[in-house]
Structure formats: C-alpha cells, structure tokens
Design a protein around this ligand. Structure first.
Ligand code: URA
Length: 422
C-alpha cells in the first residue's frame, strides 16, 4: 500500500478514511509497513489530531487486530477499571478483589510501569510465583470460577496496540490524546466487559497534568466506549502527590494487602471506594452510591475481599500466604529514615521525582560506589517543607464524567469531595 500520500494528507491537516485506517493498521501489524513510516504518521497525528470518525476507525482496527475475551451467556456482570497511571497508585490491587467480592466479575488487564509511573503487573510480580501471563482460555476460566483475574496484555489481545505503543514510546508520540484513547480502549473493549470505569489522573504527576486535558481524554474514551456498547464513566483523581504512603513495587503490594485487611491509608481508600462505587453502579448490582459504598465496606470488613485476593493469587501461581504475612515479599536490605531538613509542615511531595527515584532503584542503576545516595537526593527534591501550607492540594476525586457531561464533585469551600445524591 502507498503510505506516503496518507502521511502527507495527515501532515497537512486532512483526514484518512476508515478503510485507510483499517488497511494501515492491518499492514503495520503484519510487518508490511516499516516503523519509520508509521512513526511519521503517528507524529502527524500527534500534531494534527484525529477527527472523530478517524479515531473510531483506528480504535476498531486495533481491536480487530486480535481476539476478544468471550463470556457467552454467562450472566455475571463484568466491569473493569483503568487508570491513566500514577505514583503510589496501588488501587487496582485492592479494588479488583474487593469488587469481585461484591459479585461483579473483574477481568483486569494491566500494564507495566511507564515513564515515572508504576505498573500493576510489576507490583503483582513482587508476590513470589505470581503469573501475570495467562492465555485467554485461562483468564476466562479463572474469572468464571473466582470472579477476578489480574493479567498483562496477552499476545492475542490488540497486537496492533503492542506494536504501535512500542513505537510511540521511542518516537515522542505517547502524549497524544487520540492515540492514548485508542490504545487504552482497544484493549479494554477486548475484555468482554459490560461496563468500564476510568480513573483519569490529573496534576503534576499525571501524563496529562492539566484539568482540560484530563477532561478531554476522559470524554474521548467515554465516547469510544459508549459508541461500542460498553457504558463508560470516568472519575478524575488527584496525582499532584503520591497516593497512599508507599511507593515501590513490594512496598505498594504490602500496603494494598494492609488495605484489604482494613488498615489502608485514607486517601487510598477514598479513591478505591469512589471507583468501586462506580463499578457496582455500572454493573447494576446496586442502585445508589450509598448502598454501593456499604456493600464495598462490608466486603472489606468481613474479610471477603482479602480472601478473594488470596484465591486469585493461588490461582495465578503465587504464594497466597502473603495476605496473612506480608514479610513473604522482598524486603529491603537496609532501611534508612529520611530526616526533615528543617522544622515545618510538608507542603508538597512531588510524585514525578519520587516515581523516577523508584524507577532508578528498580532499574538497578544504583551503584554501591555512588558518592551520594540518589534516593536521599530525590527525597530532598520531592519533599518540600515550609512554615505553613501555601497551596491547597487537589481534591482527591474532583470530577465525574459520563456521556451526559461533567459533574464537579468538590465543594469549593471545603476542599473535600462530595457527591450529589443519586
Ligand atoms: N496506557 C496505554 O495502554 N496506552 C497509552 O497510550 C497510554 C497509557
């Protein structure tokens, strides 16, 4: 196929037809189009954007490049959650078994850490033996038996996204709203879901920090989901500071386990419950936010959610004893307390700096002969101590976006989240 005229048309602000997108994606996935031509086209998309019909065609073509999870006539509702990525964000580890314990199946497909953000798969793999690579048949059987599975993108699902994503990663074309939306939704729509809940991060530690960009990404993904018969709702949540207290794979897994045992930090629980409420409402197992929240709290308080996590770990080859005894997780050889450089209050903890420090440590780039411990350097840079709070942090859960519009969940005077009764 002749790709140059298509690149030129996009470069000059024109649109490709659905047939052209479909042929392009199929040819690239089969290796019939070289990376350099696809990279040029992706850059043109980043600069020029996509029209709605183009985005739909691209997403459909990526979805059609692979297989889908099919649950046939199985009556249990299936809902997944997707986060656009953050630091300290271990919500998926708590939410998946928690929602499954409430009678909603969660076939969760997650990714690895990207840039400064952590990845759910990396956190799960901190559990000795845990397998994140399952075949579609294994995922289906496990979800139908236990109610949840947490896995990586299988080679069968949206292979076009795998190739395109890897190319974007090395060509400066990750931060394009239509490309992010097509990438995420092509995978999520392959999961055989009844509904999808999105956690769109905003703030300095998010890939798209500005509120307007987060809203646009949310709206774009919602339109893609809804148009394809998958009701989709998004919450905008704060990523101007790390979520919870722990950052780093094993530490975050430990914190998630504590959360499932009822000892989670307040911010982590607030975001988890807010997303869980949306999942139960979307699944239709509860009619009001209040009832959904109660159901989630009961599932957690009764130990059902922790038990679900144990069963899932066991089914995926991991050591389920980790839920009782988190010391099964890898432990740091040395622990050092970082002392505040001055008296005062912590006014800021910059997630990007913390995230990069975690990546650097996990990447094995620390050498014993380093003169200064970069972790300490990073903490000094990330944690700002001053006499008093200078700016208010972002509200934890600030907006709810649906196909009908955007609902602001914060009261301007209190800075606390509130929700209009449903
Ligand atoms: N996550 C994805 O799966 N794709 C993107 O493009 C960005 C985040």
């Amino acid at each position: 196929m002749l790709v140059v005229p298509l690149i030129e048309r996009k470069r000059d602000g024109g649109a490709l037809t659905p047939e052209e997108w479909s042929a392009l994606v199929a040819a690239y996935t089969d290796g019939r189009i070289p990376d350099y031509q696809m990279a040029a086209l992706l850059m043109a998309v980043l600069l020029r954007g996509l029209e709605r019909h183009e985005l739909a065609a691209l997403t459909d073509a990526m979805l059609a490049s692979g297989q889908r999870l099919a649950f046939d006539s199985w009556p249990t509702p299936r809902v997944d959650k997707h986060s656009t990525g953050g630091v300290g964000d271990k919500v998926s580890l708590v939410l998946t078994p928690l929602v499954a314990a409430c009678g909603v199946a969660v076939p969760m497909m997650s990714g690895r850490g990207l840039g400064h953000t952590g990845g759910t798969l990396d956190k799960l793999e901190a559990i000795p033996g845990f397998r994140t690579v399952l075949s579609l048949a294994e995922i289906r059987a496990q979800v139908m038996k236990i109610g949840c599975a947490m896995i990586g993108q299988t080679p069968e699902i949206a292979p076009a996204d795998r190739r395109i994503y890897a190319l974007r990663d090395v060509t400066g074309t990750v931060e394009a709203i239509p490309l992010i939306a097509a990438s995420i939704m092509s995978k999520k729509l392959a999961e055989g879901l009844n509904a999808l809940v999105l956690d769109v991060k905003r703030g300095s530690g998010a890939f798209l920090p500005a509120l307007e960009q987060s809203l646009e990404l949310a709206r774009t993904m919602i339109a893609l989901g809804e148009d394809r018969g998958c009701p989709t709702v998004a919450l905008l949540t704060a990523m101007d500071r790390p979520l919870g207290r722990a950052c780093g794979n094993a530490l975050e897994t430990e914190e998630a386990i504590l959360a499932l045992r009822g000892e989670g930090p307040e911010d982590l629980m607030e975001v988890t419950y807010a997303l869980g409420v949306e999942m139960l409402l979307a699944a239709g197992v509860e009619k009001t936010s209040k009832k959904a929240r109660h159901r989630l709290e009961n599932a957690l308080g009764s130990g059902l959610a922790a038990e679900k996590f144990e069963r899932m770990i066991e089914a995926q080859g991991g050591n389920p004893g980790v839920v009782e005894d988190a010391s099964v997780l890898a432990q740091a050889k040395e622990v050092e307390v970082y002392k505040a450089p001055r008296t005062g209050v912590v006014v800021r903890v910059e997630p990007k700096v913390i995230g990069r420090a975690v990546v650097a440590m996990g990447g094995g780039r620390l050498k014993v002969e380093d003169p200064v411990d970069p972790t300490v350097e990073a903490l000094a840079q990330a944690i700002v101590v001053a006499d008093k709070l200078t700016a208010k942090p972002l509200p934890l859960v600030s907006h709810r976006v649906t196909k009908s519009g955007v609902e602001e969940l914060t009261r301007p005077d209190s800075g606390r989240t509130s929700r209009s009764p449903r």
